[in-house]
Write a protein that binds this ligand. Structure first.
Ligand code: HEM
Length: 235
């Protein structure tokens, strides 16, 4: 049965109100759906990492295509924030307290698993014990980047540009394109998120305790595979 398979009774009971404004349900759904897709991203990224480690490049490229598709829809989803007015969001803000998606453990897990490991995010106070444990594991385990570098080392690739050009079935190129597309997916999300946040909070600081826009701006350059992007540009 549809509702039982999807556990809808539980799922649709998870949107308790945070305020009595007309925006609270939208705000909760926007964040909860992000977290669900983050879960799905972690699953695909983990599989892609493991497939690369096992030398199975086709399945990894397939998983990375799904990663890109999910990132595209998350970026698109952020446009719905345009329906929040500045006044409407200001009315909601007091109810958010110090809570911000800045404290999303899954988002940090995505960064860590990809290869962006910043130890400053490890033992921060807002993470629960379980979240901290998960983050530490992601921090300690090999990332997607490690797995790709390991593949090149095992194959004895000294020059990736040449290796891609000489690869008869194009497997390596598809993989590299998938990795670069993941970087682009996160970059596009960061740009769109910053634009949306700027409209709603202007110069004020974030509910998560950062400087707000200056902080978000400082995160824009984050990339896991800038060297691979440069190689693709030369091909
Ligand atoms: C509703 C309007 C939103 C505003 C005004 C906003 C604003 C901000 C601000 C100012 C920050 C900096 C940290 C801080 O809070 O001090 C931040 C971080 C962040 N926000 Fe949002 N945000 C919004 C919606 C969302 C949504 C829907 C998501 C999806 C989960 C999201 C995900 C994140 C993430 C992951 C970070 C950390 C980014 C990083 O560290 O690079 N935000 N946001």
């Amino acid at each position: 049965m549809y509702s039982r398979t999807l556990r809808l009774e539980v799922l649709l009971d998870l949107q308790g109100e945070i305020a009595s404004s007309g925006d609270d349900l939208f705000f909760i759904v926007l964040h909860q759906t992000h977290e669900l897709w983050f879960k799905s991203l972690l699953y695909e990224l983990e599989r892609a990492r493991d497939h690369i480690a096992a030398g199975a490049l086709d399945p990894a490229a397939h998983e990375l295509r799904r990663v890109r598709a999910i990132e595209r829809l998350l970026t698109e989803q952020l446009l719905s924030m345009l329906t929040l007015t500045v006044d409407g969001f200001a009315a909601l803000r007091p109810y958010l307290g110090t809570s911000s998606a800045f404290q999303s453990a899954q988002f940090r897990e995505i960064e860590f698993l990809s290869g962006l490991k910043d130890s400053r995010y490890l033992n921060v106070k807002w993470f629960s014990t379980a979240e901290r444990r998960r983050l530490q594991r992601r921090y300690d385990e090999p990332s997607l980047r490690d797995s790709f570098d390991g593949l090149l080392a095992r194959k004895g690739v000294a020059d990736l540009f040449d290796a891609i050009k000489c690869d008869p079935d194009g497997e390596l190129r598809s993989l590299v394109e998938g990795l670069v597309a993941h970087d682009e997916g996160l970059r596009e999300w960061r740009v769109r998120h910053m634009e949306m946040a700027r409209r709603l909070i202007g110069d004020s600081s974030g509910t998560g305790g950062t400087s707000g826009l200056p902080y978000l701006r400082s995160r824009q350059g984050s990339a896991v595979f800038p060297d691979l992007r440069a190689i693709l540009d030369r091909l």
